[in-house]
Design a protein around this ligand. Structure first.
Ligand SMILES: [Zn+2]
Length: 136
């Protein structure tokens, strides 16, 4: 369902035709990646904060993990929180950084660009999460 995933930003900004939007809503119900992206997009929109803040928090969580604290909190909640913050910071940068003007563009170049960004962000998220897990 690669093509449907590419509609996430257009859907989020209300740019899809009603029929496309309905199709995307059905897709989100079955696509964990899009569900996660939508959650982060909504969180980002609700609470815009400087990207530097989440990064500091991530480093603090990593430092706490490196100190060797165990238990369900550090084993489960902290990695999830850190991963969420890492991806949240990435989303923030994506929307507040130099790429923003690209949304003014049209057509296939834009779609290819969004797709590549989403893939890269997802891969970064997976890599960050795996790196984080190795610390436990
Ligand atoms: Zn999807």
């Amino acid at each position: 369902m690669k093509n449907e995933c590419e509609n996430i930003l257009l859907y989020f900004y209300g740019e899809l035709e009603p029929q496309q939007a309905a199709a995307f809503q059905e897709h989100v119900a079955q696509c964990p990646h899009c569900r996660r992206e939508m959650a982060f997009l909504q969180q980002t929109q609700q609470a815009l904060v400087p990207p530097a803040a989440p990064q500091t928090l991530v480093e603090g969580v990593l430092a706490g993990a490196a100190a060797g604290k165990q238990g369900w909190w550090s084993r489960i909640v902290k990695p999830a929180l850190a991963a969420a913050l890492v991806l949240g910071a990435g989303v923030l940068f994506f929307f507040t950084g130099p790429y923003r003007s690209r949304y003014q563009d049209d057509g296939a170049e834009l779609m290819a660009y969004i797709s590549a960004e989403a893939d890269e962000e997802y891969n970064n998220f997976v890599a960050d999460f795996e790196a984080f897990e190795e610390k436990f």
